[in-house]
Design a protein around this ligand. Structure first.
Ligand SMILES: [Zn+2]
Length: 194
């Protein structure tokens, strides 16, 4: 009795083949899949493709394990940062620092959100709150932002980070901030209604 080279695609145990590779099938199911594989070139190809993919994947994971930061990584980052601080006087860098500062400040306020939901009920009170935050805190946050900017810039300059990617990241980040912001305004106004 001769078997067809390729069986009807509907009868091919596609999901069982993945389970077969993972060794999740019962012995009888395994035998069924093996029997099907002997007669179906499609499934034999599929099996080989999946095996190759898994092999490549585990090989890349293996090599990833061997990835280590260079021994002088921290030194390089710090040296880079120090040499680049002067660059922060450029308007673009100052904008980034101020932007991160504002974002951090917003997140800090969100962290207090449960206690001060009314703060977010109007834009006016947000500004009042912003002004109420002491200059010491602002100063600290600005310093953190400044170092964050420098570190981020140092890190990304090592992998040829393009301004376009930076800009889109900033837009995405700003979008998330706005999302949180509107969420709190919504919560604030709902709390007032109740
Ligand atoms: Zn098949």
């Amino acid at each position: 009795m001769s078997m067809p080279a390729t069986e009807n695609a509907n009868s091919c145990p596609t999901t069982e083949i993945s389970a077969y590779i993972d060794g999740e099938l019962s012995p009888s199911e395994e035998r069924q899949v093996e029997k099907h594989l002997t007669g179906c070139s499609d499934c034999t190809d599929r099996l080989n493709q999946q095996k190759n993919f898994l092999f490549a994947l585990s090989a890349s994971l293996e090599s990833e394990k061997e990835f280590e930061l260079p021994k002088n990584f921290t030194k390089t980052i710090v040296a880079n940062a120090e040499s680049r601080v002067s660059g922060l006087r450029r308007p673009g860098e100052r904008f980034t620092a101020v932007f991160i500062c504002a974002a951090l400040l917003l997140f800090a306020l969100f962290a207090l959100g449960a206690d001060v939901p009314m703060v977010f009920s109007t834009f006016g009170s947000v500004f009042e709150k912003l002004i109420a935050v002491g200059s010491f805190i602002l100063h600290s946050i600005f310093n953190i932002s400044l170092s964050t900017t420098v570190v981020v810039r140092s890190l990304f300059s090592q992998i040829a980070f393009s301004p376009v990617v930076m800009l889109s990241l900033a837009v995405v980040f700003f979008g998330i901030v706005l999302m949180f912001f509107s969420h709190f305004i919504f919560r604030g106004s709902r709390a007032r209604e109740n």
